[in-house]
Design a protein around this ligand. Structure first.
Ligand code: NAP
Length: 245
């Protein structure tokens, strides 16, 4: 079963997400307080965002072998809430298996070395494989549900991970905190970094669920994603009725 997916993001009015010039004194609260009101079994972030929370040390990996290492690993742990990271090459290193009160799950591709997997096992960090070289995000969600009983996932950014799930059509809801700021930095990250240029993809349509004024002049806007019916290709001649002679 696919878990329900809510993407939560804090942006300037021009959709930018990097807070470098925003000058907020307590910037975490604007993201975290609304996020904490979204009931979810897991939050999920991209590798870049998770590196803020993972180990800053460079660990030495052992040279190890063993087929079992290359299977999904559900570590023994006591938490039933999770911090999931999309980390295809295994760049996040760990000194433990928790971020705050959440148990860490690494989402990997088969590109990772046995030494890295051994490092994860030594720290009792869970991991799943989501593809050989590229990730199949639908498969990743299925595994999170099946192996960890995750029914609702909150995607917490950054722009690339949000964009990847948007492009794959896997987001059910968007929770947008709009900060009263116009950023204007050209080429700075926006909430959804899905692909360059105008391709065949259509923008995702949304249905407004609620709008709430928070922290005096912020807006918390919640949308449902409108699920488009797959378009059926017209077969030439189909549907035409034969003229009566
Ligand atoms: N305002 C907000 O709401 C908010 C929230 C979170 C973060 N942020 C900010 O956003 C910035 C980081 O955003 P970001 O877009 O650069 O990084 P990100 O989304 O956190 O991480 C991107 C990385 O995740 C991996 N990844 C994501 N999707 C993938 C896919 N479909 N397949 C394979 N790999 C995938 C790749 O890792 P590899 O490069 O290792 O292949 C990719 O480079 C930070 O400045 C952070 O502070 C803002």
């Amino acid at each position: 079963m696919k878990p329900h997916v809510v993407c939560h993001t804090l942006t300037s009015i021009d959709g930018r997400i990097k807070q470098t010039i925003w000058g907020l004194s307590d910037h975490h609260k604007y993201f975290e307080e609304p996020a904490s009101q979204i009931k979810a079994d897991a939050w999920l972030v991209g590798r870049v965002t998770m590196q803020e929370f993972s180990s800053k040390k460079k660990h030495k990996f052992r040279s190890v072998s063993g087929k079992d290492l290359r299977k999904d690993f559900v570590a023994l742990q006591t938490s039933n809430t999770y911090a999931v990271v999309i980390d295809p090459s295994g760049k996040c290193e760990w000194d433990g298996n928790m971020v705050s009160t959440e148990h860490v799950i690494e989402v990997l591709t088969e590109k990772v070395s046995n030494g890295y997997l051994d490092h994860l096992r030594a720290n009792n960090v869970s991991y799943i494989f989501g593809g050989k070289k590229d990730l199949d995000l639908a498969l990743v969600l299925e595994k999170l549900n099946k192996l960890f009983r995750i029914n609702t996932v909150r995607i917490d950014g950054g722009g690339h991970v949000n964009g990847a799930f948007l492009k794959a059509g896997l987001i059910d809801e968007i929770s947008l905190v709009l900060a009263p700021l116009a950023d204007g930095t050209i080429n700075s990250l926006v909430a959804f970094e899905a692909e360059e240029g105008y391709g065949k993809r259509k923008a995702t349509r949304l249905k407004l669920k609620s709008v709430k004024k928070i922290f005096d002049d912020y807006l918390w806007i919640r949308y449902d994603v409108v699920k488009e019916e797959p378009q059926v290709k017209a077969v030439p001649g189909a549907g035409k009725t034969k003229k009566k002679k």
